[in-house]
Design a binder for this molecule. Structure first.
Ligand code: PLP
Length: 348
């Protein structure tokens, strides 16, 4: 009954097998391996973007920060929501890798940046002459940190504003696949056709051991990305093991199957929680993350039964009737049995 994070989930066996297979003999290092050639081709096909530049790094933080560094001057500001991972959970990596650029935070609505909020924030910058920051890229997270998903129209509404001000756009897609299967659209529709210039294409949370792809839909910054990735210490020498993971992820659409499994478990957990009068959902879950509150006494019961998840606003000691918020995340391996066991414990 572990719902702490999709990072706690196992690596898919096909991915491990691909790493074992990649271990045969010697091959060229630093991304010049033949498996990476295949991954690049496959991702270009998946994104319907034959010109895209594709790179692998080992963390989502690196994917976001190095990409943003290519899109941002040190005297600019990145527009993101106030709950964006790049703001709350990357220890200042975007500021560090951009050489000191700022983040301008836009109040979120259900985890999403709103077009009106974005416009106000953009208008609030670049009006103090040399004393103020200049406008930089717009970054959105899909699926969001709150488990919600931008619709295609919502993405377009944001990127239209970015275009109006000639600002580049970036998508933190740590949970790209979970959002994609919810929308039932193509990667192209969710990205460049909706005005996105660069994507962190997540893999680790969705069944890989530790690989994220960066997709630069406009390859103009490709060489700069390569230099910055090296300088950041993210050009992996034995790269073939990274390529092998991403290759297995894409093969026969394993990435989509795993995201569907995670979302299905999340839907089932959501349905069960909604039937429990002690539970209040904070957002309507649209991917694989749930934020919900219920009384501490029930948290204690779950904890005693071995359930593991994050409680955001208090510990297990205190009044039993006080509501505490849980963040529950389903990974690709979560199944009906695990969900039912959790729900049953809540009412036992
Ligand atoms: C929205 C989002 N972006 C990016 C990341 C990637 O972070 P990491 O550097 O831990 O791989 C995470 C992981 O928690 C995330 O939730």
């Amino acid at each position: 009954m572990i719902f702490a994070s999709d990072n706690t989930g196992p690596t898919h066996p096909n991915v491990l097998q691909a790493v074992v297979e990649a271990n045969a003999g010697h091959t060229t290092p630093y991304g010049a391996d033949h498996l990476m050639e295949q991954v690049t081709q496959r991702l270009r096909d998946v994104f319907e973007a034959p010109q895209a530049a594709i790179y692998l790094v080992s963390t989502g933080t690196a994917a976001n920060a190095i990409t943003l560094a290519c899109q941002t001057q040190p005297y600019q500001t990145v527009f993101c929501s106030d709950v964006a991972h790049i703001h709350e959970d990357e220890c200042g990596a975007p500021e560090f890798f951009t050489g000191g650029a700022k983040l301008t935070l836009i109040p979120n609505d259900d985890g999403k940046m709103t077009p009106a909020g974005l416009r106000t924030a953009i208008e609030g910058e670049e009006n103090r002459g040399v004393h103020g920051l200049q406008r930089g890229p717009v970054s959105i997270t899909q699926a969001t940190e709150k488990g919600t998903v931008y619709t295609l129209d919502e993405i377009r509404a944001i990127t239209d504003i970015a275009r109006e001000y000639a600002l580049p756009t970036q998508m933190d897609g740590a949970r790209f696949a979970n959002a994609l299967v919810t929308l039932g659209c193509t990667p192209a529709e969710m990205t460049w056709r909706a005005g996105i210039d660069a994507v962190s294409f997540g893999g680790t949370k969705n069944g890989l051991m530790g690989v994220e792809a960066v997709i630069l839909l406009d390859s103009e910054k490709a060489w700069e990305f390569e230099l910055r990735r090296k300088r950041a210490g993210h050009l992996i020498s034995k790269h073939r093991y990274m390529s092998a993971q991403m290759g297995a992820y894409l093969k026969d659409d394993l990435w989509l199957d795993m995201a569907r499994a995670a979302n299905t478990a999340c839907n089932s957990l959501t349905r069960g929680l909604k039937q429990n009068p002690d539970v209040t959902l904070h957002f309507e879950p649209r991917a694989n993350i749930i934020f919900a509150a219920w009384p501490r006494a029930i948290h204690r019961k779950l904890h005693d039964a071995g359930a593991y998840y994050y409680i955001l606003d208090g510990g297990l000691d205190g009044p039993g009737d006080a509501p505490l918020t849980a963040r529950l995340v389903c990974d690709w391996s979560a199944d009906e049995a695990k969900v039912s066991a959790f729900l049953a414990k809540m009412t036992a």
